[in-house]
Each structure stands twice: as C-alpha cells, then as structure tokens.
Design a protein around this ligand. Sequence first.
Ligand SMILES: [Fe+2]
Length: 323
Amino acid sequence: MRYQIAPLFVRPWTINGMTPRLIESHYENNYGGAFARLNAIAEELAALDPEKTPAHVVARLKQEEMAALNSTLLHELYFASLGGDGRAVPEAMASALARDFGSVSRWRQEFVALANALANGCGWVLLTWLPRDGRLINQTVSDTSPGIAGGIPILALDMYEHAYQIDFGTNAAAYVATFMRNIEWNAVAGRYEDATAVKPPRPLVQKEFGDLPSVTIDEVKAMLQAGEPVQVIDTRPRHYTTRAQDIVEGAVWRDPERVDDWIGELSKETPVVTFCVYGFHIGCQTAATLRNAGFDARYMAGGHYAWKAAQGPVKPFDPAALS
Ligand SMILES: [Fe+2]
C-alpha cells in the first residue's frame, strides 16, 4: 500500500516556548523522512518474493517497516498533542486520569518521570488506552521496546533529540516542561472518547459448560487464605494423576470416574470447588454432577495449570492417594 502524508496538525506559532523553526524542521525532516522510508520499504516488500528472498532480508525489511510505521503514526500523534494550554483538562479526561492514576497530578508526575528518564536516550512516552483492561496506562516506546499490544495511544511525547535540540540544546527537562504546558487536552479527550468506544477483545469463554457456575483462581486462593470453609477437589483423571508431581495445596484428589464412591464424604453445608488439568471438561462435569446431587459446587476456571501459572501454592502429590 502507498501511505499518505498527514498535514501538520498543530499551528506552529501557537506553541508557547517552541519556535516554528523547530516544529517545521521536525515535521519536514523527521516525520517526512520516516514517511519516505515507509513508502520505500513498502515498495520493496511488495516487490520481493518471500519464498525466494533470504529469510533474514524479509525479517530486516519487516523490522524497518515497523520502525518507520511507528515513527509516522507517533509523529502524527505528537503534532496532534500540541497546541493547547496544557492546563484545561476536560472533565471526562480528568476523571479518567484520576480513576487510573489516582489523580491528574499523579499521572503527570509519572508521565514526566518517564520522559526525563529518556533525556539522554531516545523514544516516545505515550498515554495509551488498553481496551482489554479498560484503563489508561503510561508507557515508553522505542525501536527496541515495542508498544503494548492492543493499546491505543492518545497522547505522544517525542523524546528523540531532534524533537528539541534546535530550541533546547541538551536541556531535555526544559523541553518536557514546555511540552506539558502546550498539551491540547480537547484533542486528547476526543481521542480518548474514540478509543474507549473500541470493543475489548472477546473474552475467552469455554462454551461447553457456559451455564455452569465457576470460580476464578484468585477467588479460590482468597477463600483458602482466609480460612473459609471450602472443599477443594482435584478431579484430574486417574491415568493423568499417576504421572502427577504436585497437587494444589488445600485440595484432595478424588477419582472423577468414581464420584459415587466419595460423594458421601462431602458436606452440603460447605461450598465445593472442583478442577481438572486445564479446566475444560472433567472438573466441569464433576461440578455439574455434584450440583445435580444438591451440592453448592463450582469448577475452578483454568484448572491445575492456571493455578500453577498464577503461582498458586502446590505440594508434592502423594501417590498413596490413588490407592
Ligand atoms: Fe521526532
């Protein structure tokens, strides 16, 4: 594809403390340079045959494409982040910052700290909306540290030296303070509104037992830690468990094929949590069987492996439990 150049968004003469010369040079040489590289790389990629080109050549071009594409996208965002008075944060934006950072001033302190940390380096500082988590987050991005996957940047500060050297020399801190005084918050708030309209990725739901009540790893951990009465049953299949090294601490293993043999040990007064290896089937099936028998049973989503991946405590599995 052929990329299109974006006109300069900010009016250079409105920026308090930065000269039009700096902005013009930045737009023409650095944004323009990235834009020209991007189109040249896109042409090269379109022209090559990936099957006949050495893999390292394809990989290098794709790396350069990412760098040039990020540079054009973030420069466009940078020039669209300037032109305001830096102070008048619209109400919706201010409350979003307060929700996710504690307060606007705490957000500002973290953002400025990230920028000052790049004083002798290079990179971008971004305020980014993360649809999966429904929150704003500050991040540093460079050619070697990519942006958060799925994040939508709404404010960008360019910390490459070319962004300030003409006006500020090496005084990056003065440049950062000047940037903060010129943020165009209305534009940021507009991008925030658009970003929050983006749907989060669809949740990973196992449809098969969709109606069956489940508990999360964190909920089970909290119940065990608080000493709440709960009956935690490991129902990994016998053939699997003969190879098992460990078991969730606080759980007992019971054979899912022989529920009738052990169901009488359980109390109907106390909640039951069942789980299996990955949380797909057997733990759910056992929970369903117990619920039909009148128990307050739920299955632990993700099973044994999610428990371990979440650093839940385990203990060695005693093979005597199998007999
Ligand atoms: Fe730049």
